[in-house]
Write a protein that binds this ligand. Sequence first.
Ligand code: PAF
Length: 283
Amino acid sequence: MPALLDSVAGLRESVAAWRADGLTVALVPTMGALHEGHMALVRAARAHGGRTVVSLFVNPTQFAPDEDFALYPRTQADDLAKLAEAGVEAVFMPPTKAIYPPGFATTVRVEGVTAGLEGASRPHFFDGVATVVTKLLLQCLPDVALFGEKDYQQLVTVRRLAADLDIPCRIEAVPTVRAADGLALSSRNAYLSAEERRIAPKLFEVLTWMAAALGEGATSANAIAHGTALLKDAGFARIDYLAVCDAEMLEPVVRVEGPARVLAAVWLGETRLIDNVPVSPAG
Ligand code: PAF
């Protein structure tokens, strides 16, 4: 069974003891409701050979008032069983007041890479993520922290803040875990009806088609126009964005000439899905 830690002091004590034994520390920040995507992060953390801490904290500041904070799935017993089975040494489950004590007045804002995509659709989101991730990194001070490529803009944002704030921790990316039909695993997939779940994998199909076309020299404008039509035909009634951006700064590109990503956020009924795939230029 992992040690259950609910205070910053307790977390720091555990980390200090491991360090005194010469062990490295890997952190996997999560909001719980763990699925195979999270467990891939945990396995990658464990592969470092030191000690692994998983944080479970549903961070209120990354939800807008009209978003699903209250409804966000909370499955603590199930999460702890999965983490015990995976051999995790410690689970950090801070109460909200340990992260945001009375009087808390600091926000970490990352400019630039947060401006478009999710940042445009959900203006509050990255301030909340950047603030809580900065706190978790500073509370734990791990050697490495692991983030999924599924939330690609979040990954780029965390890399930026760790570099900008000289947080001595490596940020490691872990590839997206998909269901057999291609749907990226996400806690929000639980909200899909049977019919929506049938349509959902078409998002990955369209992104993959776009990545191939872009790799063969199609312009972003053409790939996006065709991709949009394919998504609409498939039943995605609302598209928040469908974009082709360079992989590092997330700036839109006209044509793919270096590492890039196709990224999308779409709606099926009341459920918002995001996904992205890499694109490499031909030859
Ligand atoms: O990706 C998530 O689950 C969250 O955004 C994170 C990184 C744990 C911060 O709350």
